[in-house]
Design a protein around this ligand. Structure first.
Ligand SMILES: [Zn+2]
Length: 453
């Protein structure tokens, strides 16, 4: 695939993204789509060639525009920098990939195959240098093209003063080459020596959009009046209190509008501790200490969902017409918390009961068929997008591989599924009923080598 093709494909994708109606999706939804669709576009060409920087930049620009909801005429508030967004979730990011580094990791995988040529088998880099410290280019010339030899000749050969020659992190614990491990080694992600346990945030039992909201709070990137004022936009005071600065802590904890909720939820002995600390301290406190009253659900779920409601009510009050805060906010919060926890438990039991050990192997699709692989949480979206692409490319026979039995059953039987997934399932069924010939199969992710990336 050439640079022009990539850009053309990118333009087609950008047109397509407009149909996703980014404004109706949460930050979490937009990031997931940007990751699962846009990031996946260049993976196959990246396995064999260096993608021109202009293409990578263009794809990442498209991702940023989509995630933050920019349009041709307006640029929205980019709450978090790209360097943080592309950190792994455990290091404070959202786990999007740095495509240039990803490309390097893919090429290293290709390079590793050179090791299997006889002349280079088991050689260390130092063995490619002669006694006078020059590259033994004649050895490399047996298996590398001249253009590559020239590039190697321009690199200073290793010498003792630089330190011992050692194998770079190329393999996972099972001895397989892992692009993911190489990618992480190349990025040298810093988790701040574990000063912040980001895992606590991602383990909150709540919808992903609530977890992303807590993540934004931790980075202090919620667009409160205080934050807006720092950007030169309006007063920093709380619209309700008038004489208090509207910081994150004020909206979530200290404003009289939200206090009745906490008085109901927090145990009376714990209220004093609950009402202390700066933003990050307060978040850490609630992720680690149980201060709930009589409730039977984990405190961090109750707390996170309450904060998300506090912010959503504040926004509706500020921007919506005729919004009235619920008279019994505790009941509203606890209903959502309980619904989530019950649904999560059911799904968990369902997945457990379906785990079956099988021998995993990859088989090519039959001649004349194309194969679509999807996996992970946004699987239903992946299936829908994949089928739409297959139709737009005029493929007539598609073998659809999904790694979740629940998804296979949802689209092949008449089960109704969850409320949120139902309309998407309906759309997929309508596509399946059209002129495409589709065979739906269940495959294990491990059998699909490209899923490694
Ligand atoms: Zn206030």
């Amino acid at each position: 695939m050439f640079a022009g093709d990539l850009l053309l494909f990118g333009e087609a994708t950008e047109q397509h993204m407009k149909s996703w109606k980014a404004n109706y999706l949460s930050l979490e939804g937009r990031a997931t789509l940007a990751k699962s669709v846009l990031e996946a576009i260049p993976i196959y060409p990246m396995m064999t060639s260096i993608i021109p920087k202009a293409c990578v930049d263009e794809i990442q620009k498209m991702q940023r525009r989509f995630i933050w909801g920019d349009t041709e005429h307006s640029r929205k508030y980019h709450a978090i920098g790209w360097d943080i967004m592309t950190k792994p979730k455990d290091c404070g990011g959202l786990g999007l990939r740095r495509l240039t580094v990803m490309n390097k990791a893919c090429i290293l995988k290709l390079g590793r195959k050179l090791q299997s040529t006889d002349s280079l088998r088991d050689l260390k880099v130092t063995q490619l240098v002669d006694d006078e410290g020059r590259w033994k280019l004649e050895v490399l010339a047996t298996c590398l093209p001249v253009s590559l030899l020239r590039k190697i000749a321009a690199i200073p050969p290793p010498e003792e003063s630089v330190g011992a020659d050692s194998a770079y992190c190329m393999e996972d614990t099972a001895g397989n080459f892992s692009i993911s491990a190489v990618y992480h080694a190349l990025c040298r992600f810093d988790d701040g020596n574990g000063a912040v346990n980001w895992k606590h945030i991602w383990k909150i039992k709540a919808q992903e959009l609530v977890r992303v909201f807590v993540w934004l709070m931790y980075h202090e990137r919620i667009l409160t009046n205080y934050q807006k004022n720092r950007m030169g936009l309006g007063s920093s005071m709380c619209d309700f209190c008038g004489d208090q600065v509207e910081t994150i802590l004020h909206v979530m904890r200290d404003c009289p509008l939200v206090m009745p909720l906490w008085l109901n939820l927090v145990h009376s002995n714990m209220r004093r501790n609950f009402c202390t600390g700066y933003t990050q301290q307060w978040i850490d406190f609630n992720l680690n200490v149980d201060v709930r009253g009589q409730f039977d659900v984990e405190w961090k779920s109750i707390w996170a969902i309450s904060c998300h409601f506090a912010w959503s009510w504040r926004n509706k009050e500020k921007h919506g017409l005729n919004f009235i805060r619920p008279i019994a906010p505790t009941m509203v919060v606890m209903n959502v918390v309980r619904n989530y926890v019950v649904a999560d438990d059911v799904l968990h039991i369902d997945m457990e009961s379906r785990k079956v050990e099988k021998l995993i192997s990859w088989k090519p699709p039959p001649v004349g068929w194309v194969r679509l692989n999807t996996d992970g949480a946004p699987e239903l979206w992946g299936v829908f997008e994949g089928l739409t692409y297959a139709r737009s490319f005029n493929f007539s026979h598609v073998e659809l591989n999904v790694d979740s039995m629940v998804v296979v059953q949802a689209i092949t039987t008449n089960g109704c599924g969850s409320m949120t997934g139902r309309s998407l399932v309906e759309k997929i069924r309508r596509l399946l009923a059209l002129d495409l010939e589709v065979s739906v199969q269940h495959s294990y992710r491990e059998a699909n080598k490209c899923a490694d990336v």
